[in-house]
Design a protein around this ligand. Structure first.
Ligand SMILES: [Zn+2]
Length: 94
């Protein structure tokens, strides 16, 4: 079950904030670099695989949602995000 370890951010259209564009995880097959997948692909994967991140409190599952600033969809957040919080954006940028 993939732990998301890195993200790639992209500026919103009005350049006022950032969106998560890609998320990355390690696989058994390729150990050097994380596999980076787009938001849409991650959401399809989440139909049958759990994607999650480590948080200070433990683990949080990724969920399909909306950007807390502009409502952009499709979008990835985590189950432990507060209303205006996006824990995914605190991961290392790849
Ligand atoms: Zn936004």
């Amino acid at each position: 079950m993939p732990e998301i370890v890195v993200v790639r951010l992209i500026e919103s259209d009005d350049q006022s904030h950032f969106h998560v564009d890609l998320v990355g995880y390690h696989t058994d097959h390729i150990t050097t670099e994380p596999i980076m997948i787009a938001t849409e692909r991650a959401i399809s994967l989440m139909l049958y695989e759990r994607l999650w991140i480590k948080t200070p409190d433990g683990e949080a599952d990724l969920v399909s949602g909306k950007c807390s600033v502009c409502g952009h969809e499709p979008y990835l957040r985590t189950t432990s995000d507060a209303e205006n919080e996006e824990k995914l954006q605190s991961l290392t940028e790849a």
